[in-house]
Design a binder for this molecule. Structure first.
Ligand code: GLA
Length: 387
């Protein structure tokens, strides 16, 4: 990973004065627990060795000057006079600064260069990496002393309020709290969490990117949230203690099936089942039973495809191609869906065959090659020195 750090530092040195703070902010994988976070359920993500690197320094002139090294684009605005940009990437950064300004923190404008190697829009949370990384940097640069959970919530609100996606808390949470070689079981209601070792010399996490990016993702995402809320509103009339799908059992849901629109029932059933699967997956991890764990990943995909309906032909093709390779324990789409990538749990020795066969099968079916990454789970957002 360390390669991007000198590149970002060098770009900062060329363009701005002073010594910047360097921050490394990871993307995320999610082993299981998809579309459960905003239903106050459970998720099981890990922070990745694919990262966004920031070089940030304060400025005296009240300006915010952002440079995206990857897009080779720049954006300037006055601190506090933020505006939506057609470039889109500045909105994630402005959204974070907006949170600091709104909360009344004393900060100045900044010079900021950023870039990295998280595939953008692939469902690996490059957006949360940008938000979490800048929130961490601002907190450190201005000595604000905010705790990690406050930064997580500010990063999430940046996306909810400024970007306009009603995302849950998973991505920003793992971005800040991630730890090397472990996955994080997050209770998205209490925000309690548990680091669970996730390391086996003989297994690899493999991400396969469809390279399909769909604008649909954010609008459909908000639609799914609305459907879950619609289900909760009906079920709550029977039990006022029900605050979210987290409180709903399969039995209760089935009992009231007739009162729910069929599509709402399917969405709710998926979420209730997925929460159960996260619990089962953690129990399997405790037994070191990765065969059961992989099987649960497969079931998660089926639910996302058939009941939650957030998969796509490309994602299904990648999942099916992956499962044809001997040594694949499980495969599913990852993240919000519609495009982006899949996650597969693969025996280390099977990775070369996976790369060759999945690429070949997908290309034969879809007419283009996927991009395949073997991922390591690393620490969450942190300050670094030049190597
Ligand atoms: C996106 C959101 C997360 C989560 C996932 C789906 O990544 O940012 O909050 O809802 O989709 O699990």
């Amino acid at each position: 990973m360390s390669a991007p750090v000198p590149l970002i530092a060098e770009r900062f040195r060329k363009q701005f004065q002073g010594k910047p703070l360097l921050v490394v902010s990871p993307g995320r994988v999610n082993l299981i627990g998809e579309h459960t976070d905003y239903n106050e359920g459970f998720v099981l993500p890990g922070a990745t060795d694919k990262v966004v690197v920031f070089a940030v320094a304060p400025r005296a002139d009240g300006l915010c000057h952002f440079v995206s090294r990857d897009f080779n684009q720049e954006f300037r605005c006055e601190l506090g006079r933020f505006y939506r940009s057609p470039l889109r990437w500045p909105d994630y950064l402005q959204g974070v600064l907006d949170q600091f300004v709104k909360a009344g923190h004393r900060i100045s404008g900044v010079s900021c260069v950023f870039g990295g190697d998280i595939p953008i829009g692939a469902g690996m949370s490059s957006s949360a990496a940008i938000e979490g990384g800048l929130a961490f940097a601002i907190n450190a640069l201005f000595g604000l002393g905010l705790d990690s959970l406050t930064l997580v919530k500010m990063a999430q609100k940046a996306e909810n309020e400024f970007v306009g996606v009603r995302c849950g808390i998973m991505d920003q949470f793992i971005n800040v709290f991630g730890r090397a070689k472990t996955v994080l079981k997050i209770d998205c209601r209490s925000l309690g969490y548990e680091h669970i070792p996730f390391e086996r010399e003989d297994l690899r996490i493999v991400i396969s990117d469809t390279l399909v990016r769909r604008e649909l993702a954010s609008s459909e995402y908000n639609v799914r949230r609305g459907q879950c809320e619609a289900g909760v509103n009906v079920l709550r009339t029977h039990d006022p203690a029900i605050r979210s799908l987290r409180d709903v059992t399969l039995d209760l849901l089935r009992e009231h099936r007739a009162e729910l629109e069929p599509v709402v029932f399917r969405r709710c059933e998926y979420v209730v089942r997925e929460n159960i699967r996260v619990g089962d997956a953690c129990a399997a991890l405790a037994r070191n039973d990765f065969t059961v764990f992989g099987g649960l990943m497969n079931l998660s995909h089926a639910g996302l495809r058939d009941d939650y309906e957030v998969s796509s032909a490309e994602l299904d093709a990648l999942v099916e191609a992956a499962r044809r390779v001997p040594g694949v324990l499980g495969a599913r789409m990852m993240g919000a869906g519609f495009g982006g990538c899949t996650i597969s749990l693969v025996e280390a020795g099977a990775v070369p065959e996976f790369e060759a066969r999945v690429a070949r099968d997908y290309e034969a079916q879809m007419g283009k090659a996927p991009k395949i990454h073997v991922i390591r789970i690393e620490q969450g957002t942190r300050a670094v020195d030049l190597p």
